[in-house]
Design a protein around this ligand. Structure first.
Ligand code: PMT
Length: 222
């Protein structure tokens, strides 16, 4: 199968030397890409700025901003069987990007922010979507409740929830623990393990789900 995977953070510029971003290292998304490649699947990896070696044999598209990630995802999504949106896309960007470095001021200073476009939501509400859509939910509180809400609101097939409140799991860390929610209300947990191991389990789950979904569609057509 062909999988599109997003990974890493986005950077939303404020001026030529500053940006809004987050702690995402890209490790989780890259581990999923490696695990799928090891099973001989075709990978399009759309990556924000990270310090990781690109996985061999993947088509890697490097982006920086949420707008660039949005365009790249929409360019390739329809060519894929499964889209896994693991990137930590900034929710806000500067309302106005200054073309010159903003000078230090004595007084209090506030920055106007506007929402970025939500890539997962846009794919979830795409008419006639043929691919399986997997989102991630990075939560610091009410993890299960918030993730289940995102699954419904963004209309995806699967959402993978992880707790990002600590430094020892989730964001940046080499380990993670996740709860996977399915559209039909089922859920599965993968307990604390290196991201590489979690990724292998996730890939099995995504492929199994996709195979069943496509089989069902074929039965309905025949
Ligand atoms: O990169 P690592 O250090 O390994 O960390 C992994 C991770 C914690 C970043 C990853 O496991 C993870 O949880 N990724 C999703 C991060 C996130 O942005 O979560 P969210 O709950 O804010 O967003 C929910 C979903 O909407 C995500 O699939 C996100 O990609 C998507 N989204 C969010 C905002 C936006 N503008 N567009 C989006 O598509």
């Amino acid at each position: 199968m062909r999988l599109l995977i997003t990974a890493g953070p986005t950077r939303e510029p404020i001026d030529p030397v500053r940006y809004i971003s987050n702690r995402s290292s890209g490790k989780m998304g890259y581990a999923i890409a490696e695990a799928a490649l090891a099973e001989a699947h075709e990978i399009i990896l759309i990556s924000g700025p990270v310090n990781l070696e690109p996985p061999g044999n993947a088509k890697v598209i490097s982006v920086s901003t949420s707008d660039e990630m949005f365009e790249a995802v929409h360019r390739y999504a329809d060519e894929c069987d499964i889209c896994v949106l693991c990137a930590a896309v900034a929710d806000y960007k500067a309302a106005n990007v200054s073309s010159t470095k903003i000078k230090k001021r004595g007084a209090k200073f506030s920055l106007g922010l506007i929402p970025t476009r939500d890539i997962l939501d846009s794919l979830g509400h795409q008419q006639d979507r043929q691919f399986v859509l997997v989102g991630f939910a990075a939560e610091t509180d009410h993890v299960e409740e918030n993730a289940a809400k995102k699954l419904r609101a963004k209309n995806c097939d699967i959402i993978v929830a992880n707790d990002v409140s600590g430094a020892d799991s989730g964001m940046e860390s080499d380990v993670n623990e996740v709860i996977i929610f399915f559209r039909n209300g089922e859920k599965k947990e993968i307990s604390r393990a290196p991201k590489k191991n979690i990724a292998r389990e996730l890939v099995k789950i995504f492929l199994d789900f996709a195979t069943k979904t496509f089989d069902k569609k074929n039965v309905m057509i025949n």
